[in-house]
Design a binder for this molecule. Structure first.
Ligand code: ATP
Ligand code: MG
Length: 233
């Protein structure tokens, strides 16, 4: 005889709405990214020299929300990681940080602490002077010959809260590094915010921008059809 649980759970056993519900999760990465070939190619051409240990240009991805900035740069990052050569004589570290995440973007200290922990170091959650955290960061990355590429997503959030000096400080760190190099790649939904003003400064003269335009409705429909996650309407 069926009990209440049978009635509830049998609906879950047969999933007749979604072919693959994982596609609705924010961390889902589609295999193919239609309509972004040109942008992905540009990003790959800019970051490609990292495979030879060359510091790439600073990159600024801008475009409206939902236009594929994050998945595009993540895709290039993953493809680069697949191709890193452990016998090349240098380490290539590509680190992604979403600056919008609460408790990360609020202060320069927190962002640095997060980066330090991603790179395998430790720093107390509070208490040190910011300069001391910078020193720890520099010591940590300059221990060995390595190229660090920091992808700062939603960077406009940080600039809004802290100021663009933070980006300036990060890009200037190269002058303190002897073995390693660091490169900053930014993504922002606002092309006209302070980030942009910052990127036009002298430090970022070699900066390259890749624009993402909002796709038209037809493009979007095709994109979702391709995702193929709805079995029945
Ligand atoms: N060309 C595409 N093909 C398939 N899915 C896409 C494409 N572009 C974006 N998406 C999907 O749309 C959603 C939003 O994409 P994404 O997070 O990369 O946008 P974004 O430009 O970084 O937006 P935001 O400015 O809000 O961070 C994700 O679920 C992503 O998988
Ligand atoms: Mg994004």
């Amino acid at each position: 005889m069926k009990n209440n649980f049978d009635n509830i759970f049998e609906n879950f056993e047969e999933n007749n709405i979604f072919k693959n519900k994982a596609v609705l999760q924010s961390k889902y990465q589609p295999e193919e990214i239609p309509y972004r070939d040109e942008q992905i190619k540009q990003i790959a051409l800019i970051l490609g020299p990292t495979l030879r240990g060359e510091k790439p240009s600073n990159l600024f991805l801008y475009g409206k929300t939902g236009t594929g900035k994050t998945i595009s740069i993540q895709k290039v990052k993953d493809e680069l990681i697949k191709r890193t050569n452990p016998n090349s004589g240098f380490s290539l570290r590509l680190e992604y940080l979403n600056c919008k995440l609460k408790k990360i973007a609020d202060t320069e200290y927190r962002i640095l602490a997060e980066l330090i922990s991603k790179l395998g170091g430790e720093v107390p959650a509070t208490g040190l002077p910011t300069q001391a955290v910078y020193d720890r960061f520099v010591n940590l990355i300059d221990k060995e010959r390595q190229l660090i590429v920091l992808i700062l997503d939603e960077v406009d959030q940080t600039v809004k809260k802290i100021s663009s000096d933070f980006l300036y400080n990060l890009t200037r760190l190269n002058s303190e590094l002897s073995k390693s190099q660091i490169s900053i790649e930014c993504c922002s939904a606002r092309g006209n915010c302070k980030v942009c003003c910052f990127c036009s400064k002298r430090t970022w003269r070699r900066e390259k921008g890749v624009g993402f335009v909002k796709s038209c409705r037809r493009t979007f429909r095709k994109r979702w059809e391709q995702k193929d996650f709805i079995k029945t309407y």
